[in-house]
Design a binder for this molecule. Structure first.
Ligand code: AMP
Ligand code: MG
Length: 427
């Protein structure tokens, strides 16, 4: 939290070495340092899709409110059900969905009932229409097609009155909107949306629309970062390309820290970088420069910048386009979710057989871009997309998953199982 200094956090991590930091330790560090947004707003449920629930939602009613039928068929008393011969029942009337069958149902009789209709008093079992025969206006239930209590939904089976229906910290999904509607709840308390400012640094960068001078490249990181932020549902504030000039950098960092909860930059954090980015970052707050035991990635700045009491978390990502995405998914994504107040589950992994051998050095985490597919035998396999250079964005665009080779892992043999983070639903 903000009252703990970064040095104090570092001292809690055993063997912390900023120049050779394992991915897991960097993740743990970030987990300990990020604050959570506190402000809460109330939104209509449809506007709350993807937002973070701020408080537990307690069900004010039983859902369903009454015992009701799960099928179109005939409701009867299980006491009338014979287990070894046909059960023959006279029909006392009909119960429609949304209506209560009010009449008395004598023993040995049944009520024709529609899905969702309230169970008539005293009846506890429903036989689906298609299992029955009709003989002389009576319903014949063959032996063995239903057991006592079948096809009856119990009051409160979905949600019981007074029980938490949804927990604070949940990122609301389509089913949750439906659940809230089933409680009759029009609005829901959510945390304020996280504000994330971002800009690119580097004198070689040109924005779209500008001529591409010799030795220059178009700035692609701002588009990648914008896209990744959209998927997280945060408010993304694009501050453009900032020249490698101390005054311009200082203004950009100050403005970003003043308006946002988090600031993401790309470029200028490499070892031996000749530009001013690192010096300006350092002058504006508490900033650490890490060399992370990972590939791609490696250099990254992390810290807090801005005025006391109004500080933003800084993520200074490397400049290479693939490294930006990999470091975002390895560190920034979970941090922004936590800052948003969300219960951030780790990314789901699938185990897939590597189609080829992969060279890998133990002692660092490697993220290779792969194409994962399910074979006719139902098993997953993964192959690497062309060139894996950290500047080759095409490798990321062609991939449908990231192969994650853990810190301890050495060379991978063909056919060996590896972890893959699928992009589906993430990217
Ligand atoms: P740096 O981390 O600043 O040393 O940059 C590493 C490499 O990434 C260099 O080749 C840069 O030109 C490239 N790069 C840096 N920022 C961007 C960006 N915003 N868009 C595309 N390429 C970039
Ligand atoms: Mg640079």
């Amino acid at each position: 939290m903000t009252d703990t200094t970064l040095d104090q956090i570092a001292s809690c991590l055993s063997g912390y070495d900023p120049n050779a930091l394992p991915v897991a330790q960097a993740q743990e560090f970030i987990r300990r340092m990020v604050p959570r947004v506190q402000a809460v707003e109330s939104l209509a449920i449809r506007s709350a899709l993807g937002r973070v629930l701020a408080r537990d939602v307690i069900s004010p009613i039983d859902v369903p409110a009454h015992d009701n039928s799960a099928m179109d068929g005939f409701a009867f008393r299980s006491a009338d059900l014979s287990s070894d011969t046909d059960t023959v029942l006279a029909i006392a009337g009909t119960g429609y969905a949304g209506q209560q069958f009010e009449g008395e149902v004598p023993a040995g009789q049944c009520v024709r009932i529609m899905t969702g209709a309230v169970m008539p008093a005293g009846l506890d079992t429903v036989v689906p229409q298609e299992f029955t025969k009709s003989v002389d206006g009576k319903v014949v239930v063959p032996a063995g097609v239903v057991r006592a209590g079948d096809n009856r939904r119990l009051a409160g089976e979905d949600l019981s009155k007074g029980a938490p229906a949804l927990r604070a910290g949940r990122v609301l999904r389509p089913a949750d909107l439906g659940l809230l509607a089933s409680l009759g709840q029009a609005e829901v308390p959510v945390r304020r949306r996280l504000r994330v400012a971002f800009f690119s640094t580097g004198d070689e960068l040109r924005s779209i629309g500008e001529p591409l001078d010799a030795g220059c490249v178009y700035d692609s990181n701002r588009y990648t970062i914008w896209g990744m932020l959209q998927r997280l549902g945060v408010e993304a504030i694009d501050m453009g390309v900032v020249r490698d000039d101390p005054a311009a950098l200082e203004t950009a960092f100050r403005e970003a820290a003043a308006c946002a909860d988090a600031v993401i930059t790309s470029g200028g954090v490499s070892v031996g970088e000749a530009d001013h980015t690192k010096a300006v970052m350092r002058s504006l707050g508490e900033v650490l420069f890490w060399k992370i035991a990972m590939r791609p990635g490696r250099p990254m700045a992390i810290g807090r910048i801005g005025e006391p009491g109004r500080q933003a978390v800084l993520f200074g990502l490397p400049g290479n386009p693939v490294a930006v995405m990999v470091t975002f998914y390895a560190f920034v994504r979970e941090a922004l979710l936590a800052m948003s107040g969300a219960d951030a589950a780790p990314l789901p992994l699938i185990r897939a057989a590597s189609a080829t051998a992969i060279r890998k050095k133990a002692g660092r985490t490697e993220y290779q871009r792969g194409i994962v597919e399910r074979g006719a035998d139902g098993n997953w396999s993964v192959r690497i997309t062309g060139s894996q250079g950290s500047g080759v964005l095409r490798s990321m665009s062609e991939a449908n998953g990231l192969i994650v080779l853990g810190h301890e892992q050495g060379n991978v043999a063909a056919g060996e199982l590896v972890d893959v983070v699928p992009f589906e639903g993430l990217v």
